[in-house]
Design a protein around this ligand. Structure first.
Ligand SMILES: [Cu+2]
Length: 353
């Protein structure tokens, strides 16, 4: 039904335009071609100024309307630099925008056709050509240069003390993995992926490094002032790790891990106070249209103090421990293995004897 309406509106619009054109044609015949042309020129010149003033008011109104609705202060050190870069870009392009638009419409009004004036023929000027080619080129090179510098920094090597967190996107949620006490991620293989067997990432259980890996869904913990290196994966299609409060985003590509690192500056609690919003949470949203459930791909990032992080991690059970629960104490043989494992130095003493 709505399609019929759209077609009807388009037809009506076409009809009105056609009729106006026809009417102005008759008017010009009646008034005389030249007089009608002069009048049309004056109307168009006036409309140019109306458009300019209306446009400028629109820009101001839009800014007022969205004031306070944009993102709060950047919560990462790198993000502050990105904000500064954006401000400089807005300043430079803003000056150019206002200057060129005002001149464009003012000239169209001021220098509209007049019988008393003859246009000056000005076909070419090498100096001007050089000026308006080199100045924007240099300005853009500087802006792009800064952008590249920060890009290489956030996607480059993370500081040595950085915490490592693996982020995996799937239709339609986020899975996080922490390497556990050994600081090493266990190996994984895509054919091992099985939601039914509680192995969402396809960890290889034969690899001892995987045994202490912590896997959590939908919620990740970062530590304030401690760099975090994100290792980003996808299980199915291309997703995107969007962290607006940290001013970062990176695609999650199946089969090709991508990385970026950041240093959170404020804890979630601090941010709640700073934004005057008791419900504030750092958000990880999928920034890539990845399917019909894309809108549900939200995870929460909790930025906490080091002590709170230790407490949280101590409460987490590794994925391996969930799949293979510790045998009960009555199972003596299992107990023995555990004991043997712990008794490293004793064993070596025994071997000497
Ligand atoms: Cu997605």
């Amino acid at each position: 039904m709505s399609n019929v309406f759209i077609i009807l509106i388009l037809l009506l619009g076409f009809l009105i335009t056609f009729q106006i054109a026809k009417a102005s044609e008759y008017v010009s015949i009646l008034k005389g071609e030249k007089k009608a042309l002069l009048q049309q020129n004056r109307i168009n010149g006036f409309l140019m100024i109306v458009f300019l003033v209306g446009g400028l008011i629109g820009i101001y109104w839009c800014n007022e309307l969205y004031k306070g609705k944009i993102l709060p202060v950047s919560a990462s050190e790198g993000g502050e630099k990105i904000d500064a870069m954006l401000s400089i870009t807005f300043l430079i392009t803003g000056i150019v925008f206002f200057l060129t638009q005002i001149l464009l419409f003012w000239f169209a009004f001021r220098y509209q056709y007049s019988e008393k004036r003859k246009a000056y023929y000005f076909p070419h000027n090498n100096n001007l050509e050089i000026l308006w080619t080199t100045v924007p080129a240099i300005a853009l090179c500087i802006l792009v240069g800064f952008g590249l510098f920060y890009w290489f920094k956030i996607t480059g090597d993370a500081p040595k003390d950085a915490m490592q967190v693996e982020v995996t996107g799937k239709q339609f949620s986020w899975i996080f993995r922490y390497p556990g006490k050994d600081g090493v991620f266990g190996k994984k293989y895509y054919q091992n992926i099985s939601d039914k067997d509680n192995n969402e990432l396809g960890l290889i259980w034969d690899d001892p490094a995987s045994h202490d890996d912590i896997v959590v869904n939908g919620e990740a913990y970062f530590v304030k002032d401690r760099p975090v290196k994100l290792i980003i994966n996808s299980r199915d299609v291309i997703h995107d790790v969007g962290l607006p409060h940290f001013r970062m985003k990176m695609d999650a590509v199946p089969g090709t891990p991508t990385t970026m690192w950041l240093t959170p500056k404020y804890t979630t609690e601090e941010m709640k106070k700073m934004t005057n919003n008791p419900d504030f949470e750092y958000e990880l949203s999928c920034d890539q249209m990845c399917g019909k459930g894309h809108y549900t791909m939200r995870a929460v990032i909790k930025v906490v103090t080091p002590d709170e992080f230790i407490l949280w991690r101590a409460k987490q059970k590794s994925n391996y421990a969930q799949v293979f629960p510790e045998p009960t104490s009555t199972d003596s043989s299992a107990k023995k293995t555990t004991l043997l494992k712990d008794a490293g130095p004793v064993k070596s003493v025994m071997a000497k004897n």
